[in-house]
Design a protein around this ligand. Structure first.
Ligand SMILES: NC(=O)c1ccc[n+]([C@@H]2O[C@H](COP(=O)([O-])OP(=O)(O)OC[C@H]3O[C@@H](n4cnc5c(N)ncnc54)[C@H](OP(=O)(O)O)[C@@H]3O)[C@@H](O)[C@H]2O)c1
Length: 338
């Protein structure tokens, strides 16, 4: 059996199928084959059936929450299982330590509506400043921050908000699982932060399916997001299937492969075909997977280019070509969620 480093089940494939009434399906069971609540595509195929669902199935509908006939626009959102809506893409800020406030202000003026940061990026004070300078209303942007596995999660959440000079984050994530265990205590700390209104929603980052199951089993609280590395060169169909089954949105980090694969010949040919750059095709691939890319950019031309992705649609055939590039590549060394 596939296991994580904690010995927890590693994929949903080991889960039994629930044969009782769908409305009382317990956690840990897959839906019955004839469950009327399952999501079907135009051909009647169950997109959540692990035997059927591949990344090719997912992009045909742009992800479960984005029917193919609905074009994704800059103001589209991804619905979270708690009811909130998250913008379809965001700006990463790791290493964005030069003129952070200026870059954030420009990004908000260009139309970025989600900003991703972390207590350990050193960008929070500048992000707060940039937001205030931009004059964008609190209800019009979505702020994601993270707490470290070595922190007291609740205290770290408070500290992050102080640095940002905000009363609340839209989403606070556990940056990565601790060395041992799933981090149940950390998760309880974030649940407290949520209860007290410091975060609208809470989620995880760099978690395997087994570790997410362990958190949910211990606390009953399902993360709304798993933020993981995600590009055509490195992704996981098992994770995508698990996320769809459990109503978890995948946020894709290092979606531009930290520039390491921008000159790939297949990617370059597709970029030429659609009159876009390789970076824009990578972002578009993420959007059409139903995942939420977080490209980092500090140069003005990159900021502009990366958000100019809503006037193109990559057809199924070319999405399949991109999907076939998967070699579990990681710009950071490993895909820690596997
Ligand atoms: N949760 C986690 O553990 C985790 C880990 C890694 C990253 N993240 C998040 O995900 C974000 C994105 O990931 P990342 O920063 O690792 O890498 P990335 O977004 O894949 O790549 C960023 C690099 O690409 C360059 N770039 C941006 N737009 C470009 C374009 N159109 N053409 C060519 N180059 C372009 C940037 O240059 P310039 O800056 O010079 O414009 C920067 O050097 C991070 O900033 C962070 O918010 C989270």
């Amino acid at each position: 059996m596939n296991t994580t480093r904690n010995g927890a089940p590693g994929t949903t494939d080991q889960k039994p199928r629930w044969e009782g009434p769908p409305e009382i399906r317990p956690r840990g069971y897959l839906p019955a084959k004839d469950d009327p609540s399952i999501v079907r595509d135009a051909a009647g195929q169950n997109l959540r059936d692990p035997e059927r669902r591949t990344l090719d199935d997912a992009f045909r509908t742009g992800g479960d929450r984005q029917p193919a006939e609905t074009a994704i626009t800059g103001s589209s959102g991804r619905k979270l299982h708690t009811g909130a809506t998250m913008p379809v893409m965001g700006l990463g800020t790791w290493q964005l330590t030069e003129d952070t406030a200026g870059v954030i202000q420009s990004a908000l003026e260009l139309g970025y509506r989600l900003i991703d940061t972390s207590g350990d990026y050193g960008t929070q004070p500048g992000i707060g400043q940039g937001i205030r300078r931009s004059g964008v209303a609190r209800s019009d942007f979505y702020l994601v921050t993270k707490v470290e596995e070595t922190d007291d999660a609740y205290d770290a959440a408070r500290r992050n908000l102080e640095e940002l000079e905000l009363d609340r984050a839209d989403l606070i994530l556990l940056h990565r699982p601790p060395e041992t265990g799933a981090g149940e205590d950390l998760w309880l700390g974030l649940m407290r932060a949520k209860e007290e209104g410091l975060a609208t929603d809470i989620g995880v980052s760099n978690y395997s399916t087994g570790l997410i199951d362990a958190l949910v089993e211990a606390t009953g609280e399902t993360p709304v997001v798993n933020q993981i590395e995600w590009s055509p060169f490195g992704y996981s169909e098992d994770m995508l299937r698990y996320a769809a089954d459990n109503g978890i949105v995948i946020q894709g980090y290092s979606p531009l492969t930290r520039m390491k694969r921008l000159d790939d010949p297949v990617l370059s040919a597709l970029a030429e075909r659609y009159g876009k750059t390789p970076a824009q095709i990578l972002i578009r691939w993420n959007l059409q997977c139903g995942t939420v890319p977080l490209p980092k950019a500090s140069k003005p031309e990159h900021l502009k280019e990366n958000i100019d992705v809503f006037d193109v649609h990559i057809p199924d055939e070319d999405m399949s070509r991109l999907n076939r590039l998967n070699e579990r590549f990681s710009a950071l060394g490993t895909l820690p969620y596997e």
